[in-house]
Design a protein around this ligand. Structure first.
Ligand code: PSU
Ligand code: MN
Length: 311
């Protein structure tokens, strides 16, 4: 086991620890998407399918969460089921929540930010999910900017996502990432994908067409000694993408309801995700699930290439 695994609050699943010690590919996966991002039982089904897809692509999945105050990299299917059933009763844990949840011995569903922290402690370099947090629309007055962006600037994990939902201000999110020195790479695209749709109108920093080159960029970032990670944006497969006008109207409605109801802080993103799924009668959920599958497959390919470069 590598020295990074010696954190006394961290438990790395034996299969994950063994793979890391042997330079075999591992992909970290988050748990806020399970407890707060999707309804039960689709959340559990998706999380278990995601682990299977990672394995089919030759990598070991490490779903990350906090269980009983322990930082965990690699969960059992029963633990995934537990987090999914408890849903929004599980505390949504970002960086600022970790010390409290650990000290109190509580359970927590990890966001992109806290999943990156735990992945990095465990020595996992690649993490795949659906969407990341960002600069919210109206952030010029609310100052609602996800801690995910700060984490991308300071924690060395490459995050594969399907771009960002237009619940966020995509232009400001890209500006923020630029300021923080976080590369935004488009896999096979020049444009930042907008989660449910393949295009957003905003350019990525670089288009990269192969997992091998993505892995080379991750390796270079590590060897340059940079502290942060990167965002790898993978467009939703065409056949699952949604009609832009329709999804934009739904997002506008969800944002209006969010403002009317005075929802703020950490509740904002889960509220918007749930409302979008309700209003679209779960069409958006189907797209969401498919784009996650697509992202974890790419994450596994990048992790494999990275191991090959390190062999
Ligand atoms: N965006 C999505 N789906 C998600 C999330 C964001 O499209 O599931 C989750 C992720 O866990 C992300 C978190 O890290 O929400 C961001 O929350 P906040 O905006 O409160 O930082
Ligand atoms: Mn926020």
């Amino acid at each position: 086991m590598s020295a990074q695994n010696l954190n006394t609050y961290l438990d790395v699943a034996p299969e994950v620890a063994e793979a890391l010690a042997q330079n075999r590919p591992v992909v970290a996966l988050e748990s806020t998407i399970i407890s707060h991002g999707m309804p039960y039982p689709q959340n559990v089904e998706t999380a278990l399918s995601v682990e299977r897809i990672v394995r089919e692509h030759g990598a070991v999945p490490a779903t990350v969460a906090v269980i009983g105050g322990r930082l965990r990299a690699g969960l059992t299917p029963d633990e995934i089921d537990y987090l999914g059933r408890k849903g929004r009763e599980v505390i949504k844990v970002s960086r600022r929540d970790l010390p409290v949840v650990v000290a109190r011995g509580l359970d927590g569903a990890t966001t992109v930010a806290s999943t990156m922290i735990i992945a990095a402690l465990a020595g996992i370099e690649v993490f795949a999910t659906g969407g990341v947090g960002g600069v919210h629309r109206g952030a010029e007055t609310t100052m609602d900017i996800s801690a995910d962006l700060e984490e991308l600037a300071m924690t060395p994990v490459a995050v594969v996502c399907a771009g960002a939902k237009s619940i966020l201000d995509l232009g400001l999110t890209l500006e923020y990432l630029e300021t923080k020195g976080v590369p935004v790479l488009g896999y096979g695209t020049d444009e930042l994908p907008a989660f449910y749709t393949r295009r957003s109108g905003f350019g990525v920093d670089y288009r990269v067409d192969t997992p091998a080159e993505l892995a080379a960029i991750v390796k270079a970032q590590r060897e340059l000694g940079f502290p942060g990670g990167m965002l790898i944006a993978n467009p939703i497969p065409e056949e699952y993408s949604m009609d832009k006008e329709r999804i934009d109207a739904v997002i506008a409605q969800a944002l209006a309801e969010c403002a009317e109801q005075g929802i703020h802080g950490k509740e904002t993103t889960p509220f918007l995700l749930a409302r979008i799924a309700e209003i679209t009668g779960n069409d958006s959920l189907d797209s969401n699930i498919q784009l996650v599958f697509n992202n974890v497959a790419l994450g596994a390919e990048i992790a494999k290439e990275l191991c090959a470069l390190r062999a």
